[in-house]
Design a binder for this molecule. Sequence first.
Ligand SMILES: *Cc1c(COP(=O)(O)O)cnc(C)c1O
Length: 441
Amino acid sequence: MTQALEAPLSISAFTFDQTGGHFSHLACKECGTEYEPKATHVCQECFGPLEVKYDYESLKRTVTRERIEAGPNSIWRYRDFLPVTSENPIDVGTGMTPLLKANRLAKRLGLKELYIKNDAVNMPTLSFKDRVVSVALTRAKELGFDTVSCASTGNLANSTAAIAAHANLDCCVFIPSDLEAGKVLGTLIYGPTVMAVKGNYDQVNRLCSEVANTHGWGFVNINLRPYYSEGSKTLGYEVAEQLGWKLPDHIVAPLASGSLFTKIYKGFQEFIKTGLVEAKDVRCSGAQALGCSPIYEAFKEGRDFIKPVKPKTIAKSIAIGNPADGIYAVEQARNTNGHIEAATDEEIIEGMKLLAETEGIFTETAGGTTIAVLKKLAEQGKINPDETTVAYITGNGLKTQEAVQSHAGEPLTIDPKLDSFERAWDRAQTLDRLEWQQASV
Ligand SMILES: *Cc1c(COP(=O)(O)O)cnc(C)c1O
């Protein structure tokens, strides 16, 4: 199936889709030009990104806390707020991940009310990307695509391949050729065609834009991007619902393209707009790896444009050198009195270990980045200890084992004899635990 780029339509020309859903059209984030809700993502007038628009009056009449609570135990309990019309969206159990009160980590950081939103255990592929892909592939089916694709830093390929398999869609994904083994195998196992491109993510993405034009496939983060990105709003909705229908005071989330960060905030605003929670100014802080930190640099230098960079960091899943929503992320951090900070690779590894040792959560490098930045902001007094703070953990550590392989210590190998155990146990006791940790960093 080939999809030509859609010409802009005047609003009066819309035939509002009455088959379900409260979304009406796409509109350019920059100039407001409106488009039919098809597979298109760039404004033809000004090249700005397109975003899904909703009828909030109709939403306000429909949604209630009770209606949501009675829904499925997945992101689809919020389907009124998502850009789909299907009776049966693709539900593979994505979403409703734990919101953990992180008392031990809070104590270490001098905070009082800290929560971890744990998408390291999201379903089916253990990252937050399952949210955006569940929405994008549901929309892809509605729009008649039979082949789906993506340009991925790893997790997106895992999600697209897995959910496409479940939804009986053909799948061809594109990844940089230097990804972690767990991310590559975690894609191949679902049987898609995998293109490992000799280049970085930004080059993969450029190639995919060309393929999208020539092959007419549904690229979840290119021509389906307006729908895809809406899936991240559920990370805002869930936290609000899990806090007892309240918004947090401060959030800390990782930044790759900046999409997740801006959509969590959009989710909060929509809950306020429809009367589901009381209004509150939520401070939004973002985390980047210093080895790929174009959003952090723009924030720090007070710029209103992004200077693309070449990524060089172990945090590959968030290594986007030319982030599509980067400038919106900078604006959001500024406007909400938040911050954007960056962490070195060493700090990222320490962040992964800190979260594991205090809260029992093994996150990947992106999560290590978030924890490292959370720690920095707490130490710099940029998070008020009394603020209800939520740190978003977006991926699972088993997928990036390379990063911590030589930093986690070794098991003590013993003979199957009691005296062998006793000797090893004595040795373990005399090893100062802290020295142990430092020696292994
Ligand atoms: C993709 C990804 C992100 C951030 O994605 P955005 O492009 O900013 O929406 C964060 N964490 C992990 C683990 C990811 O895979």
